[in-house]
Design a protein around this ligand. Structure first.
Ligand code: NI
Length: 226
């Protein structure tokens, strides 16, 4: 399931991030590409673990912790420290599947990549191209979101970033290890939670909502691995 998470960052936070990133030292994106990605990756990114990447990454992580839609869709167990990239002058990232496992910087622990995330930092009108194309069983979906919005998609998907032919595309990207590894189980829980939240807003039948909420938690209890 491809989920758009709106307004992860406020306009002020986006502006501050872009301002800092404008003067940032960018390195070749190949620094963190896997074998497959290295063949097709042509962009730049902030050095992993650099002070600015850590500072901005913490802003993103704090925003995600407060975002109910992100929590509901990802059921996060651990989030990889957000990284930042920049595309301009025709830069692109060809079709690839993200590595299944990433080493968490500094700890040596491993993170299984269940979900991939891109947080858009530049307004779509300020650049041409740069769509994130995600393939699923229904075909390819072009994603180009307002600054501050995030797209969450299965790390199992084949995806690519179209060449940026005008302007600059800044984004943050990272991976999530979910408490529910199976995508089908996670999608069912997300659908159920979304329906329950809607029923809560309409003040529907108390007993039925209680029963459904119980089902949600009892399914989660069956499927969760932490
Ligand atoms: Ni990727």
């Amino acid at each position: 399931m491809i989920v758009q998470i709106p307004a992860v960052l406020t306009p002020d936070q986006v502006q501050a991030a872009c301002h800092a990133l404008d003067r940032a030292p960018w390195v070749d994106g190949l620094a963190t590409a896997g074998h497959q990605g290295a063949q097709v990756k042509r962009n730049r990114q902030l050095a992993e673990g650099s002070p600015l990447a850590r500072e901005l990454g913490n802003v993103v992580l704090a925003a995600l912790e407060r975002h109910p839609l992100f929590i509901s869709a990802a059921l996060p167990n651990e989030v990889y420290p957000p990284m930042f990239n920049r595309y301009e002058g025709g830069e692109t990232f060809g079709a690839h599947v993200d590595n299944a496992v990433r080493l968490l910087p500094g700890s040596g622990r491993k993170l299984r990549t269940d979900l991939s995330a891109t947080l858009f930092l530049t307004e779509p009108r300020s650049y041409d191209g740069g769509e994130l194309l995600i393939e699923d069983t229904y075909g390819a979906h072009a994603v180009k979101l307002p600054a501050g919005d995030l797209v969450l998609y299965p790390s199992t998907s084949l995806h690519r970033v179209e060449p940026v032919t005008r302007g600059v595309r800044l984004a943050s990207f990272f991976w999530v290890q979910s408490m529910v590894a199976d995508e089908g189980e996670r999608n069912l829980l997300f659908d159920l939670d979304t329906a329950i939240q809607r029923l809560n807003q309409t003040g529907a039948d108390d007993a039925a909502r209680l029963q459904l909420t119980g089902c949600y938690h009892n399914l989660l209890r069956r499927w969760i691995k932490v």
